[in-house]
Design a protein around this ligand. Structure first.
Ligand SMILES: Cc1cc2nc3c(=O)[nH]c(=O)nc-3n(C[C@H](O)[C@H](O)[C@H](O)COP(=O)(O)O)c2cc1C
Length: 378
């Protein structure tokens, strides 16, 4: 991994190792992919204030997200089908995050289950919840997350219906994956990936099969998932989930000032400014462009986090300067996973940590918690 210096290097290696349909599943956005591109591009528009002749020794990246200590304010975002980037992907990423001292968030739509992650980690992880129409199943997930001692519930609000990604349709990617001759060819050209997949039993949605009513095999699972996202989800459901869960609650998918103020009134612990990595509303603004407005709108009444487009420590720093208390990476850790399993995820985190540290120093700051808008060139 010594020749890997950037997240882009990890992405290039992942592309060579992961079958096309799964690499494309990660590296795609909805429709024109305009919002997906804007998430990355808009970080380049934010300029940093360079300072000189200030003491740059004894620097610290340690911080807190929702009151929990983190070695740097960068969590792993929940991503579906992560176990298809690399065999046992969620377990490997969770272990890498735990060793690094940052939160790992398990998606409802993961391949490895809540119990799988609990069995290979020693510290609490976070669980992301999609509110399915089958509310008994939602209760089942919440109870399992409690039993696994998850220390936060990340409730995703921006997927009431599914945005369309053309690449997935062209690749014939279905949920769960079905394998046609084209797919078998794609996999045959990635022999290492195939060998690792042969060594695991986890090739379907681990949180769902055997837990949701009537889902016993791949066919019933396919029908169930296509019908289950809830187009009628409302703020009342958020209150119901909050009560049922009873622990730390993070609302994910806020991109509008009015929604941010509504989120404050729910009493949740944090919001994530997010457009689902450009995978839902194509044409929506980038996360980083909305961050300062949302921070101002909530006026310190709720912790604000951000995801979308972070590809470097400089990007993390810019979000922190605008007032985010924490950030998340999705694709950067997926590329790491595809490129080299657990070591690749660790490498992604190391790259971001080093960039964040050096950039903070050159901005004349020694403590990540002191970053603010005065570090931006406005
Ligand atoms: C392949 C992939 C799968 C995702 N699956 C989920 C999911 O299951 N639940 C969820 O809340 N967000 C999901 N997201 C969105 C991420 O949590 C996060 O918002 C996004 O990846 C951040 O953007 P970034 O990839 O540019 O870092 C997914 C994103 C990707 C790339």
């Amino acid at each position: 991994m010594n020749d890997i210096l950037t997240i882009a290097d990890l992405k290039a290696r992942a592309k060579r190792r992961v079958p096309k349909m799964f690499f494309d599943y990660a590296d795609s956005g909805a429709y024109t992919e305009g919002t997906y591109r804007a998430n990355e591009d808009d970080f380049q528009k934010v300029k940093l204030r360079q300072r000189v002749l200030v003491d740059m020794t004894n620097r610290s990246l340690e911080s807190e997200m929702i009151g929990q200590k983190v070695s740097m304010p960068v969590a792993l975002a929940p991503t579906g089908l992560t176990g298809m980037q690399h065999a046992d992907g969620e377990m490997l990423a969770a272990q890498a995050a735990e060793e690094f001292g940052v939160p790992f968030t398990l998606s409802t739509m993961s391949i490895c289950s809540i119990e799988d992650i609990a069995s290979v980690t020693t510290k609490p992880f976070w669980f992301q919840l999609y509110v399915m129409q089958d509310r008994d199943f939602v209760i089942n997930l919440i109870e399992r997350a409690k039993a696994a001692k998850c220390s936060a519930l990340v409730l995703t609000l921006d997927l009431q219906i599914l945005g369309q990604r053309h690449k997935d349709i062209r690749n014939g990617l279905s949920a769960p994956p079905k394998f046609t001759p084209k797919h078998i060819w794609q996999m045959a050209t990635r022999p290492l990936w195939c060998m690792q997949m042969l060594g695991t039993k986890r090739r379907s949605f681990g949180n769902i099969v055997g837990h949701a009513k009537s889902v016993t095999d791949l066919t019933s699972l396919s029908v169930w998932t296509s019908e289950q996202f809830d187009p009628q989800l409302s703020w009342k459901d958020v209150a119901w989930i909050k009560e049922r869960w009873g622990g730390k609650l993070i609302l994910k998918g806020i991109l509008d000032e009015e929604d941010a103020r509504m989120a404050v009134s729910t009493g949740a612990d944090a919001i994530i400014v997010s457009n689902h990595g450009g995978r839902q509303l194509d044409g929506a603004p980038s996360s980083i462009s909305m961050l300062p407005r949302i921070v101002d709108a909530v006026g310190g009444n709720i912790e604000v986090h951000l995801d979308g487009g972070i590809r470097s420590g400089q990007d993390v720093l810019k979000a922190l300067c605008y007032g985010a208390k924490g950030t998340y990476i999705g694709r950067p850790f997926l590329y790491g996973l595809g490129a080299g399993g657990k070591a690749g995820v660790t490498r992604a985190l190391e790259i971001i940590r080093k960039e964040l540290d050096i950039t903070m120093a050159l901005c004349g700051e020694r403590d990540v918690r002191n970053l603010s808008r005065r570090n931006l060139h406005q």
